[in-house]
Design a protein around this ligand. Structure first.
Ligand code: SF4
Length: 422
């Protein structure tokens, strides 16, 4: 048993890189450290311990993590430096060898981080604790808001899909989740503590229940019974966004008409090379079904350009496919080679300058689509959850269908849902 009295009043600083899931997890780690007696280091204050929750989605992400770690070491020379997250799981040795790093914790160890901090003295040499990816089992549903009004409920972790360009399954392990009842209980606690909007997050949330006897649809129906909250579904694979889910969302009072669906490519040939589990025809069916039932739904789409095997003709197929679909925004990612992935076996390689050009083309398409979507919303009545971390001239919020709006700051309206005309 560790003597936590040594932590009373000690200062902790956090830095998170990457996805919403990482932010939710950092917030949960923060909560447990504050319960152990730590205080959050204020801006400019020296910390006794720094926690860095890393991402490894691309090579650039790895580089950004190393820069962030070095910056924190420089900024807090006497602090215990703890690195966790996807980069820590994938490359623990690389990080342990960085001078100044004390502790490296993998994905399985992340949520038990406070147990690894037995004392705050800097170590002679960095040490790491990670288990093999196949042995990652740990899962706890968590709901966190950090400084934001919106809450993020982690309902699932890991992925069993192994798309050929992706390292996430190596960093986060197999798909896993808690039961519907346990997940709903965590959501209820967050609502009791004041949550007005909850975003359901995970790595591949449609896989919820994949290894148990429940489904993501079961979870949605159970969450929908809770009062005083509204939900957004974060990214869901098109093949797992079933027609029954779309039908259900279209009549639900609590689940917002806001979808985020990864397409990655609009060419069936490229989808095959990526080992995605749908065709462009299935994707188009889902979009048209959503729009026929919820004409004002916001639909964000992930797309990856410059992936191995994407010839100019295949890219053009993607561009024209997206141009013809009633979607609201594109999240465009540029492919980067990742060690250990199957995509490296594909011979056709897109030059870096061409990858950038394709990214620009889709960015411009996205801007036009978002503007057209916003224009179609002018004059509509909507319900906005006002959010703002600090007092200022304006506050902002999102409508049910994810239109970002602004209004003059009014303290009493923060974290309330109000009717407006856009
Ligand atoms: S579905 Fe594919 S892209 Fe998404 S996390 Fe799983 S392997 Fe990666």
């Amino acid at each position: 048993m560790i003597d936590t009295s040594q932590f009373n009043g000690k200062k902790v600083a956090f830095q998170t890189l990457g996805c919403k899931l990482n932010f939710a997890e950092t917030s949960a780690i923060g909560r447990s450290l504050l319960e152990a007696g730590f205080q959050r280091a204020k801006m400019g204050e020296n910390a006794d311990i720094c926690i860095i929750n890393t991402c490894s989605v691309t090579d650039t992400a790895d580089k950004k993590c190393r820069q962030a770690i070095n910056k924190l070491i420089h900024r807090h020379p006497n602090a215990l430096i703890v690195v966790t997250g996807c980069y820590a799981q994938l490359k623990p040795d690389e990080i342990t060898q960085m001078p100044g790093v004390d502790l490296v914790l993998g994905t399985n160890e992340k949520s038990a981080l406070p147990d690894f901090i037995t004392q705050l003295e800097k170590k002679q040499k960095g040490e790491s604790h990670t288990v093999k990816t196949a042995d990652i089992r740990q899962f706890t549903p968590i709901c966190s808001a950090d400084d934001r009004t919106r809450h993020f409920l982690k309902v699932q972790d890991g992925c069993d899909y192994y798309c050929t360009y992706c390292t996430i399954p190596f960093a986060r392990g197999r798909s896993r989740n808690a039961s519907v009842a346990e997940t709903v209980a965590v959501a209820q606690r967050a609502i009791d503590e004041g949550a007005k909007e909850i975003v359901l997050t995970g790595v591949n949330i449609g896989e919820f229940g994949h290894n148990t006897s429940e489904t993501f649809f079961d979870l949605l129906k159970a969450l929908d019974l809770l009062e005083g909250v509204r939900y957004r579904i974060s990214s869901i694979e098109p093949n797992l966004l079933t027609d029954e889910i779309i039908d259900y969302v279209s009549t639900s009072k609590h689940i917002m008409p806001h979808f985020h669906i990864p397409l990655q490519s609009g060419s069936n040939e490229v989808l095959k090379l990526m080992k995605r589990r749908y065709t462009r025809e299935l994707f188009a069916d889902k979009i048209h079904k959503i729009k026929s039932l919820m004409p004002h739904a916001f639909i964000g789409v992930d797309v990856m350009v410059g992936v191995r095997g994407e010839t100019p003709e295949y890219f053009e197929e993607t561009r024209s496919f997206l141009a013809g679909l009633p979607v609201s925004q594109l999240h465009v990612f540029t492919y980067s080679e990742r060690a250990g992935t199957k995509a490296l076996d594909i011979d056709y390689n897109v030059p870096h300058a061409e990858r950038k050009k394709r990214n620009d083309v889709l960015h411009q398409l996205s801007e036009r689509k978002t503007q057209a979507f916003y224009d179609s919303q002018k004059g509509r009545t909507a319900w906005v959850l006002w959010e703002s971390t600090k007092a200022g001239d304006t506050m902002h919020g999102f409508t049910e269908n994810y239109v970002r709006v602004e209004a003059p700051y009014q303290k009493e309206l923060i974290n309330t849902i109000q009717e407006i005309v856009i």
